[in-house]
Design a protein. Structure first.
Length: 156
């Protein structure tokens, strides 16, 4: 029977191996580049949204989400950094931004963080994304929440 200390040591070793493998693979495939352009699509999650994303620089992205949140209409702007993942066509991204919206003279705003992955389909101008987006509302309905969502975008 393993003790709690030996299980914790095993977890630390596995974590160390995963980190070393990630950085060693990441340096080998850095030359891959996602298609530079604009993307428009739909986000499917707890709060469905219209998604528009563009790349102002080679590895940087700006994503705008327009969604209905409770009784508010929300606009979310996210600045993200993208990098190549393990396989061709796969990319990871992370970033943050803010949300602003309102309804019936009530302002709602907050901070958002997003971590996810993208897969650019090889022969179609489509990208499929899966991400986690936690947020904290500062005005309006104060609180912390989040969602897991999938997005399908057309690349043009």
């Amino acid at each position: 029977m393993r003790t709690a200390k030996s299980q914790f040591t095993l977890v630390k070793r596995i974590f160390f191996c995963v980190v070393v493998c990630f950085f060693s693979w990441n340096t080998q495939i850095q030359a891959q580049q996602a298609p530079i352009g604009s993307e428009l699509g739909l986000r499917f999650g707890v709060r469905p949204a219209l998604s528009y994303r563009f790349m102002p620089a080679e590895t940087h992205m700006v994503e705008l989400l327009f969604a209905k949140s409770g009784y508010s209409l929300m606009l979310t702007a996210l600045y993200q950094k993208q990098q190549a993942a393990l396989f061709p066509g796969f990319y990871t991204r992370y970033g943050g931004g803010f949300s602003l919206g309102g309804w019936n003279e009530q302002l709602e705003s907050g901070l958002d963080v997003q971590v996810g992955g993208d897969y650019y389909l090889p022969f179609l101008p489509l990208v499929v994304s899966l991400d986690v987006r936690p947020w904290m509302r500062i005005t309006g309905d104060f609180g912390v929440n989040g969602e897991l969502a999938a997005t399908l975008r057309y690349v043009f």
